[in-house]
Design a protein around this ligand. Structure first.
Ligand SMILES: [Zn+2]
Length: 291
């Protein structure tokens, strides 16, 4: 199977951190490839110069899905992102081909977009000061903490997500969700995320002592609601990050049982079009203990 991954390396004379940038883990998320192409153009022309360290770009992590403008061909690459001893699906082969890039980097920026309406946000999984600082400079003001227990029943320590794999090999990693897939602003958010990472890691000669944006909202992803076997319907067209109040009805199951908010918090990444048995929406709470 042809899983040669197109990748580009830029290395400065002076040593420094090695940043890895992924685009299009999901084939229909075009903001990453667009932003990577633009920044690589600037690096090639000399308009942008790497002062130290190294950057590796993988613009199209799922080239076949990208060509078809679909999220995935056989499996969700961001659920099978781990080493496969006997890879079967195309995305399992891709995971095996992409993992060495993560193994070799120091910092990892994974660029995505989403289907629901809503504002851009950053996801981090590691809870340490280096990751916190990285997440805060990416751009979007909302930072979501990916739950570790979302995939209960999975006995493996790695949850099959890029951030989970990066955590398992002690890499500093964040994922940026740049907005709705077709939002014309999404490639701009993606470009800023790459540039902000360059500045933060002092890879370019732009002072990194710029004032950090304040007023971040930190949200902890706590629960996943799976669409019941008998289907169901959301009570309204929830947007990502809509607030919910404890006891509020969020959705009805196919046999009209209400699904209520178990606590005050937020509705995350609702998918009204989810099939029975699929991820329907997530629930989150504000994270107060963030420093
Ligand atoms: Zn994605």
């Amino acid at each position: 199977m042809d899983t040669n991954i197109e990748h580009y390396d830029f290395q400065a004379k002076e040593t420094g951190p090695h940043l890895l940038v992924f685009g299009a883990i999901h084939g229909n998320e075009t903001c990453g490839p667009k932003a990577i192409e633009k920044i690589m153009g600037q690096l090639k022309s000399g308009e942008l110069e790497l002062k130290k360290g190294r950057v590796t770009f993988v613009p199209l992590c799922n080239p076949r899905a990208y060509k078809q403008n679909v999220r995935q061909t056989e499996m969700n690459l961001n659920r099978v992102f781990k080493k496969h001893g006997n890879p079967q699906a195309y995305e399992e082969h891709l995971a095996n081909a992409l993992i060495p890039f993560v193994d070799q980097c120091d910092y990892f920026l994974d660029i995505h977009s989403f289907t629901a309406e809503g504002n851009p946000f950053v996801i981090q999984k590691n809870e340490d000061k280096v990751t916190d600082a990285f997440a805060k400079i990416v751009g979007p003001m909302t930072i979501m903490f990916s739950a570790t227990d979302t995939y209960k029943g999975n006995s493996e320590s790695v949850d099959g997500k890029t951030l989970g794999y990066a955590q398992s090999v002690n890499k500093t990693a964040v994922l940026v969700e740049c907005g709705q897939h077709l939002d014309p602003n999404a490639p701009i958010i993606a470009e800023q995320a790459i540039m902000n990472s360059f500045i933060h890691l002092s890879l370019v000669a732009i002072p990194s002592d710029h004032v950090q944006p304040s007023g971040h909202l930190f949200v902890l992803e706590r629960d996943m609601v799976v669409k019941p076997a008998n289907g169901g319907e959301l009570v309204k067209a929830w947007r990502h990050m809509d607030m919910m109040t404890k006891g509020e009805v969020l959705a009805f199951t196919g046999d009209n049982q209400p699904i209520t908010a178990p606590y005050d918090g937020y509705v995350l990444l609702p998918k009204s079009w989810a099939e029975p048995g699929q991820e329907w929406f997530f629930l989150g709470v504000q994270k107060h203990d963030f420093l």
